[in-house]
Design a protein around this ligand. Structure first.
Ligand code: TYD
Ligand code: MG
Length: 451
């Protein structure tokens, strides 16, 4: 085999150098050089390019075959199991539960008779065994390997031909040809490229685990997002029991799908009724309103909590957990301008209960009503749900797939849904929940606040 060499390339202008340079001699940029494997010579490239293009109809289209796990929450996030030959990246903070999740998925699949190769560069085989004993029934089909070399992994996987390969984590494996240490951008990129090639040529799905890192010498999974087929992030505070697995890129399914898990003594368990979980600690008090966010295909009811109180010193505080602070400022401005609320002298704290994060504007109405409720100290009817986006003129704007959200609220026993008056329900008429249409924020408050 011909030896491949590495070279350094300027990220900003593409200049190359055999050595690392602090400053690019071409474009004068500092710290822009990264190590790369030297591309193949043009002679070999010519040989490779002979395989020419053909009409799309000539290509044989097979029915998509997926490797299904019994973990429903995991399946849904993937868009229904692993697509053969796909490369999946699971990112998340250290300690969030990535290894636990993958070990569970791997043992699950192994118990169903699939051969699984689990490669770890982080823990010893003994440590993994101890953890696995706690979280799953073990099977001979789960093969364990501890190594730090990506070529060793590919070599073993080629001879074992497993149904799935897990590499935990991409930051601990490396390629001998590159001088840089494991975890640097050039290492993780080259290793990922190799694993990608392996997956595509063998049709074996590969999962790579990547730690999200704060700025530092170790590169994070963000740098790999464009290479892989599917990117899943495992989120949640390490102290919180609920963890959310979110899909942010998926070539084989919808994005923004979430799976919710709870970390227990014996591993992660699935939460299949998230709305109930997020609502079950609710107490009747001012500032608490129920809204609904569509997470992928699933409506999730959320408790929005606001606390508005007199500012005692200095600037008024604006503190939001779970929503974008800019969104909060916008809603506060609407309440000040359209309703004359004097919020300039008030601290405002906003929280989505249960640690969920939402970026959908469909919960705006919930946020606005919860702030108004706390400001005026009126409670909101416990059986109401607020659905709608708030516009700058104080109008309530139509949101997508409202039928789904109303149905979820109905299922959980809510009695009234406050919705934008321009909503076209297209013949949808729920039985046990009353629809109340509102045109503006003032109307909505009149309906929802109980003096
Ligand atoms: P881990 O999967 O090692 O995280 P990652 O691979 O993302 O770094 O999980 C870490 C945490 O999960 C660890 O702090 C202990 C906790 N944990 C449990 O609470 N119960 C369990 O059964 C397991 C295996 C882990
Ligand atoms: Mg781990």
């Amino acid at each position: 085999m011909a030896k491949s060499f590495s070279q350094f390339v300027c990220n900003s202008c593409g200049a190359t150098s055999p050595k690392y340079l602090g400053k690019c001699p071409e474009c004068q940029t500092w710290n822009s050089f990264v190590e790369e494997i030297k591309p193949k010579s043009s002679k070999t490239l010519n040989k490779l390019q002979k395989n020419s293009a053909q009409p799309i109809t000539k290509f044989f289209s097979e029915e998509e075959i997926r490797l299904n796990t019994d973990l429903e929450e995991f399946n849904r996030v993937l868009g229904g199991g692993f697509v053969l030959g796909s490369l999946v990246l699971i990112g998340g903070d250290p300690g969030i539960g990535k290894s636990t999740l993958m070990l569970q998925v791997a043992s699950e699949l192994a118990n169903k008779g699939n051969k699984i190769l689990y490669c770890s560069g982080e823990e010893s085989a003994k440590q993994i065994r101890m953890r696995a004993d706690r979280i799953a029934k073990l099977s001979e089909n789960l093969l364990l390997m501890t190594t730090n070399e990506v070529d060793t992994i590919i070599h073993s996987a080629t001879s074992i031909k497993p149904s799935l390969v897990v590499v935990d984590s991409i930051q601990t494996v490396s390629l001998e040809e590159l001088d840089s240490s494991p975890g640097t951008i050039s290492q993780i990129r080259e290793c990922t490229n190799r694993l990608m090639k392996f997956a595509k040529t063998t049709d074996i799905p590969v999962v790579i685990v990547g730690h999200v890192t704060k700025e530092g010498s170790i590169a994070g999974p963000k740098a790999l997002e464009h290479i892989v087929d599917t990117v899943l992030y495992f989120e949640g505070n390490t102290h919180q029991t609920f963890k959310i697995l979110r899909s942010v890129k998926n070539r084989f399914g919808s994005t923004n799908e979430i799976g919710i898990f709870e970390m227990k003594q014996n591993g992660l368990s699935e939460v299949s009724n998230p709305s109930e979980i997020f609502l079950n600690n609710r107490v009747e008090s001012s500032g608490s309103v129920i809204a609904c966010s569509l997470e992928g295909t699933r409506p999730v009811l959320i408790e929005v909590q606001a606390l508005v109180s007199q500012t005692n010193y200095g600037y008024p505080q604006r503190n939001s957990t779970g929503i974008d602070p800019k969104r909060l400022s916008m809603i506060l401005a609407v309440l000040e301008k359209r309703l004359g609320y004097k919020l300039g002298s008030q601290d405002v704290f906003l929280n989505l209960a249960g640690g969920i994060k939402v970026s959908e504007p469909a919960i705006d109405l919930g946020i606005a009503v919860s702030i108004a409720s706390s400001y005026r100290d009126f409670v909101v009817r416990k059986s109401d749900i607020a659905l709608g986006e708030v516009g700058l003129n104080g109008e309530i704007r139509v949101i997508s797939q409202i039928e789904k959200r109303i149905s979820e609220a109905e299922k959980l026993g809510f009695k009234r849904a406050i919705i934008p008056d321009k909503t076209d329900l297209k013949g949808f008429s729920p039985k046990s929940i009353q629809i109340v249409r509102v045109s503006g924020i003032r109307n909505a408050l009149k309906e929802m606040l109980v003096p």
